[in-house]
Design a protein around this ligand. Structure first.
Ligand code: ZN
Length: 570
């Protein structure tokens, strides 16, 4: 009588082992209540009010689906001072402040090497495509000018990301991917464990580095071989509606908009020939950049079998067009309005595709922005609201600073460089002269704050020694401080006051301030069981990664400061 019982037990053990090894074989009703896919959508420079501002243009399935079915936080603000792209993306990925994740600026001065360093640059990990990192149109993206090599990796991100934690908690079975036009929009979100692909303007292809792969997966080779970006050659970015349908329908030609050579200030914007010098740049300055990102992401979902089993996968897609368009034309422009209309169609197609391949019922979606977007000074001035530009390069020529230099016995070499948002002093010179670096810093900051257009000039010594007033702006500067990477003086310009000149090219507006237009982003969660709600309590984008972790019952990223959002978890 004993034998059959033993056999039965053995069979049970065997079955349990199989179940443990192969979670896919669990019957559906025993599956843990986990989504098959976490889809994180980031819209670069999507200020918090923008999704609803242009809602007159929305069809079904895109913004309407997200806004009508989502838990929508309307009062989400970043709490760090330097609201730039890598800073925001890394904060979304890690739930951490820049002081902890280390991505304090798009560019910082590498003190050891004495050169400017582009955030995710890593010469050890070269692009798999030769020449893919050389950008023919660097003047439109000043951060790219500083990259010395085409190598990219997430090595400079000091803490783990949500994707890292998901990967680790599943024994490496979760698939983790980041896709964007911008390298920093993809690498940050993919984290250390995931894989990243981004658009190379130099080659017109989606590329990656040898940090991720030894060679391209076959499906990437095939996607690139189809030359999708060429489908826009000889065509134009046109309005898809009639002028009266638009809030800015009678305001296309505005003097304050950027007149980028060949692209112009008014519709239609011509892409020109497919081999034109700025052709691939024009793609990124229009909805085409987002459409290509979507196309590539669809191929990725299909070929990497994303969301096809009970192990939750993670796909982060960062859409960059909104940012480029806001820089050139401002968020209150016909271009920005038409772009939102087209982004709506892009989102609708993404969600339709995910529904067909994975099922929206099995997908947890979260959408946010990496920073907000300022209005263009010309637009504000026309409405009677004060605004303007500031030239930090000219600060060094101010007589007040000359007096200071004389006082300390220093020359014009006192200031090593300025790169937003930090002024870097010549520490070696200060040391050689036997001066107290903290004293010099404080003295220079005290002069700078008196210059027109400067709101705060914060000495890093004073900041770390607690010798600054306890205001929300100072706390934002402190949350931005990394001892190795931050400069000596943090400059905050006055509200509605911007740096304009990027290497001879004037862009209409730049984000990167602690002011509310730059910190405000939407946070929208949509998933099965999640109701529709519009929540105005203050939350932060740092809450997103801890919320995703809590939703899945896994560890939050190692440096996370945010808190799980209770409305999403109940
Ligand atoms: Zn950005």
């Amino acid at each position: 009588m004993n034998k059959p019982v033993t056999v039965l037990f053995s069979a049970a053990w065997f079955l349990m082992s199989v179940i443990t090894i192969l979670p896919n074989t669990l019957p559906a009703d025993e599956l843990p209540a986990r989504p098959r896919l976490v889809l994180q959508i980031t819209v670069d420079a999507l200020r918090g009010d923008l999704p609803e501002r242009f809602s007159r243009h929305y069809g079904d399935g895109g913004w309407r689906y997200l806004l009508d079915n989502g838990t929508h936080y309307t009062n989400a603000h970043y709490q760090h001072a330097n609201t730039e792209t890598i800073v925001g993306h890394a904060s979304l990925a890690t739930g951490a402040y820049p002081a902890d994740h280390g991505m304090v600026a798009n560019v910082w001065l590498d003190r050891a090497e004495g050169v400017l360093h582009y955030n995710i640059e890593d010469p050890r990990h070269r692009l798999l495509t030769t020449g893919g990192g050389v950008d023919k149109s660097r003047e439109i993206d000043p951060t790219q000018r500083t990259a010395r090599s085409d190598g990219r990796s997430p090595a400079a991100i000091r803490v783990s990301t949500f994707g890292d934690e998901l990967y680790s908690s599943t024994g490496g079975r979760a698939k983790v991917f980041g896709v964007s036009v911008k390298d920093r929009g993809a690498v940050s979100m993919a984290g250390h464990a995931g894989k990243a692909f981004w658009f190379s303007k130099a080659t017109g292809q989606f590329v990656t580095s040898d940090y991720y792969y030894d060679r391209y997966p076959e499906w990437v080779v095939q996607w690139n071989a189809k030359k999708h970006p060429q489908r826009y050659a000889g065509t134009q970015w046109k309005l898809t509606g009639k002028a009266p349908e638009y809030l800015f329908g009678d305001a296309d030609d505005r003097s304050w908009e950027t007149d980028f050579p060949g692209w112009g200030r008014t519709f239609p914007h011509a892409y020109g020939p497919g081999d034109g010098k700025y052709y691939t740049t024009f793609l990124t300055l229009s909805p085409a950049g987002d459409e290509l990102t979507l196309d590539f992401a669809k191929a990725l979902v299909e070929n990497e079998a994303i969301g096809q089993d009970s192990v939750t996968d993670y796909l982060a897609i960062s859409f960059s067009s909104t940012d480029y368009i806001n820089h050139l034309f401002g968020p209150s422009s016909l271009e920005a309005e038409e772009n939102q209309r087209r982004l709506d169609r892009t989102l609708a197609e993404l969600l339709r595709f995910i529904d067909a391949k994975v099922g929206l019922a099995h997908t947890l979606i979260v959408l946010s922005g990496d920073h907000g977007s300022p209005e263009v000074p010309g637009y504000l001035e026309a409405l009677g609201i004060g605004a303007g530009y500031v030239e930090p390069e000219a600060f060094d020529r101010q007589p007040a600073l000359d007096a200071l230099k004389k006082q300390f016995g220093l020359g014009k070499e006192l200031i090593e460089t300025y790169f937003h948002p930090y002024l870097y002093l010549n520490r070696e010179l200060i040391r050689k002269k036997g001066l107290d670096p903290g004293e010099v810093e404080r003295a220079v900051a005290a002069e700078l704050v008196r210059f027109p257009g400067v709101s705060l000039a914060v000495s890093s010594h004073a900041l770390l020694e607690g010798d600054v007033p306890d205001t929300w702006q100072m706390r934002a500067v402190l949350r931005n401080h990394d001892p190795d990477r931050s400069g000596d003086i943090y400059l905050v310009f006055a509200p509605q006051t911007f740096i304009r000149d990027f290497d001879g090219l004037s862009v209409a507006a730049t984000h990167g301030s602690p002011w509310r237009y730059d910190t405000h982003v939407p946070v929208i969660f949509v998933g099965s069981g999640l109701g529709s709600a519009r929540i105005a309590r203050p939350v932060t984008p740092y809450d997103i990664a801890p919320t995703l972790s809590a939703y899945l019952g896994i560890s939050p990223p190692s440096g996370a400061s945010g808190h799980p959002l209770t409305e999403v978890l109940k």
